[in-house]
Each structure stands twice: as C-alpha cells, then as structure tokens.
Design a protein around this ligand. Structure first.
Ligand SMILES: Nc1ncnc2c1ncn2[C@@H]1O[C@H](COP(=O)(O)OP(=O)(O)OP(=O)(O)O)[C@@H](O)[C@H]1O
Length: 289
C-alpha cells in the first residue's frame, strides 16, 4: 500500500489563539514494501507526520493518499476505520497503552474491536507471543506484572495482531537497554522482510536509519528538507550539520581513519560490519603490495 503526502500542512489548534503550525507543504512518497526512516531534531514535525499516516490527524491543507483512500481537510471519510486497521502505529512507550486484565485479552482487544472472531484473535495472540520471544505462560498474566521490556513486546503484539500492511514506529526502542533495542529493531526488520510490511521509522538514531532504511527523509522546522537513500543522506555532512544532525558512528570512524591514514575507503560505511569489511580489504591490499 503506497502512502503519498502532497503539500501537507498542519496546524494544531487551528483558528484559536493557541494555533501552532507544525507542518509546511510536506511532500513524501512511501512506496509499498519500502522501509522509510524519518529523522530530524526535536520539534521538527516527525510525530505530526506520523499521525497523518493513519489519519489520526487530517491535514489542514494538502492531501494524503493511503492506499486508495484520500484524506483531505474538511472531507468526511467513511473509510478511515479501514485505514486505521491497515496502518498500525507503535507509539513511543506503547506499554503505557496497556489496560486489560490479562496479556491475552489485551492483545485480542484490537482485532475483536474490528470484527475478528474470538477464535482467530486468540490464535493471533498465541502466535505473536511466540514471535516476540515471550514465554507462553505470559498470556494469562496481568500486563502490569511484567518487566518493562516484556510490556513493550506485549504492546507491539497488540498492534501486530491487527495484521497491518503498514507499520509505523515512533522511536519504538526509547528507554530500552542496548540489547533490548537491537532485538526489537531486528524483529521489525524481519517482519518488514518476511511479511513485506511497509515500515516507517521515526528515530533519533542515525545508526538505525543507516542500517535498516531504504530511504531517509529529514524534517526541519516542519518541512521535509531532504529525502534520499542512506548513502545520499550521509554523504552530505554539511547539510546534516545545518539540520543539527550527526553522521552514524561508523561513518564518523571512517572519516577519522581516512584523515589519519590519508587513504580513502571505496564506499561509505553505514554499519560497523561494512566498516570492518572495508578495513580488512584495505589491510589485505597493503600486505599484498
Ligand atoms: N498537541 C500539540 N499541540 C500544540 N502543538 C504541538 C502539539 N504536538 C506538537 N506540537 C508542536 O508541533 C511541532 C512539531 O512537533 P512534533 O511532535 O511533530 O515534533 P517531533 O519532531 O516529533 O519532536 P520529538 O523528536 O521531540 O518527538 C513542535 O513545535 C511542537 O511543539
């Protein structure tokens, strides 16, 4: 399912003394099956964009096409419920939205609310608990008796239980330890690849954007100021600095090494693994010559 934002502007509390413009003429095309990262400093408009992707917010100007549903200002649209079913959002600290007596009921709530049978919803919950690496006996526990990391996984299972076609992730690893972060990011990547899930990730982590995304959009003061592949984005240090963003660690190391040795590596190294590979090749070449 393609998502296309055309000239989207948004103001909070429009036509009140508290009006606050958050987006200005944002154009963005997220093709079906792609992994799009959205980066930008605090307050640049990332979360506001995200909330347009499943029509939680409607543009105050412009339009957004979500599959074949077009969302426009002032237009009443009966298909929004269908859109919300297909586009799942994992908000920051999603565990804050857990509410039911048991994990099972919590995961089943969303799909049953959308007319899925009890039997099917239960089947999905059991499968998802396994997929997310939670012990099976977690299903009958209260979500509030779990650890923070487990609660996060249960909340993610609740979003996945809707069988979304698009998964929108707003800083999904905030507050987790490095191992927990990696496990969750790898899980989302696996889902993206195996189920062909279109994935949109808002992140402050340049490393995650560089490692996982096919394309990256930069938000700055409510505008989408740059969009491209990770290679294109991270080859442009000057503009990143203008937008108060940094290079991923591996690219920073690469630049230091290139400066110290006076040698250029053959490609930009977006991950630790590719930096290690490039350095190994360089050392081999040096030995051979
Ligand atoms: N509910 C709201 N009411 C009024 N203004 C808001 C509201 N939510 C966000 N804003 C304002 O809109 C602008 C964009 O905010 P947004 O949350 O989209 O940025 P962000 O890039 O996601 O920031 P962060 O990285 O801190 O999450 C900011 O100036 C913010 O203060």
């Amino acid at each position: 399912m393609d998502i296309i934002l055309q000239q989207v502007s948004y103001a909070y509390a429009k036509n009140t003394p508290f009006e606050k413009r958050a987006l200005y003429d944002v154009d963005l095309h997220i093709p079906s099956g792609s992994y799009q990262a959205i980066i930008g400093h605090t307050g640049s408009g990332k979360s506001t964009v995200l909330q347009h992707l499943n029509a939680l917010l409607k543009p105050t100007e412009g339009s957004i096409k979500i599959g074949d549903v077009e969302v426009k200002p002032e237009k009443k649209n009966k298909q929004l419920r269908q859109v919300r079913q297909k586009v799942g959002i994992v908000f920051q600290f999603p565990e804050h939205q857990l509410f039911d007596e048991t994990v099972l009921k919590d995961i089943m709530f969303g799909p049953m609310n959308f007319g899925v049978s009890e039997e099917e919803a239960k089947k999905r919950a059991i499968e998802l608990v396994k997929l997310l690496g939670l012990p099976e006996d977690v299903l009958e526990k209260s979500p509030f008796d779990l650890s923070g990391g487990q609660m996060r996984r249960v909340a993610i299972a609740g979003v996945l239980a809707m069988n979304p076609e698009v998964l929108v992730l707003d800083e999904p690893t905030a507050g987790l330890d490095p191992r927990g972060r990696k496990e969750i990011m790898e899980l989302f990547y696996r889902l993206h690849k195996e189920k062909g899930l279109t994935t949109v990730l808002v992140t402050h982590s340049m490393e995650d954007a560089a490692r996982y995304a096919d394309r990256i959009a930069i938000m700055h003061n409510g505008k989408c100021v740059l969009e491209g592949t990770p290679n294109e984005i991270f080859n442009n240090e000057e503009r990143l600095t203008d937008y108060r963003l940094e290079l991923p660690q591996s690219v920073k190391f690469q630049k230091k090494i290139e400066k110290m040795t006076g040698k250029k590596l053959s490609t930009i190294c977006l991950t630790e693994e590719s930096l290690a590979e490039e350095l190994t090749n360089l050392i081999k070449k040096e030995r051979e010559s």
